[in-house]
Design a protein around this ligand. Sequence first.
Ligand code: NCD
Length: 304
Amino acid sequence: MMRSLIDIAELSLEEIDSLLATANDIIDNPQKYSEKCKGKKLATLFFEPSTRTRLSFEAAMYELGGNVLGFSEAQSSSAAKGESIADTAKTVSCYADIIAMRHPKEGAPLVASMNASIPVINAGDGGHNHPTQTLADLLTIKREKGRFDNLTVGLCGDLKFGRTVHSLINALRRYNNVKFVLISPNELRVPEYIRESLKKENFEIVETTDLEAAMPQLDILYMTRVQRERFFNEEEYLRLRDSYILTPEKLTNAKSDLSILHPLPRVNEISVGVDQDPRACYFKQVLNGKYMRMALILMLLGVE
Ligand code: NCD
């Protein structure tokens, strides 16, 4: 059966384990994979800006021996002429074997997957979800901490519009004894629907505006950018954008084995002074994203 990946919850825990195992094997034996996708094509349909996600999908496909086609802005595609997502998906299905799509509208990759005859991967849909960033985050957590259970995870910044946050919560909530500390300004709290569903499962969540007070208990600190492009009002963005700036001083009370993650791009949320700290994992996370996308492409294309 043909499969897409629109939401991280579509993957069972066994499938996530298997993707992690494949990614680790790719890291150890890259040459084994260098021709696995020979003759296959990935289409990257990016209706929104991207550096990491699009280039890591493309690098992933090249490292599997496959080819890549696509566009990196809506203005250069027929969307600018008014073509629907459904028609674009049907068209691209004639040219490629798999699609990675990013779109500013929530649900657009889902619509594409319902109309395409090839697998569609959600590479970020509006302020909703970003499952492949979560795969990168999971590999990073696994390699740094060796586990997903019994972790206190602080998520800090724009928890309202940050799609990577929503997907990461939905992945980690399935493990045992994970505690979320949600650190944001009141205006940028995690959406009500996510909070309610966590409460319904009696999940332990703490909401706070105070990063430094939360710091000592954290095993993971996931920093995020305030999502300027999702604000209706620039003044509101300017008021909130520097709510949290992680500096070496603020890490004084942190655990010695804390892992600091950030999906990037960073604007101001982490001062460059933190980059030298051995607890900073965000550039490793970038590399891990490529390996997990390689593993995912293999899985969705049914390559052994
Ligand atoms: C994230 C995104 O696009 O949601 N970037 C990424 O894919 N690594 C995070 C962000 O833009 O803030």
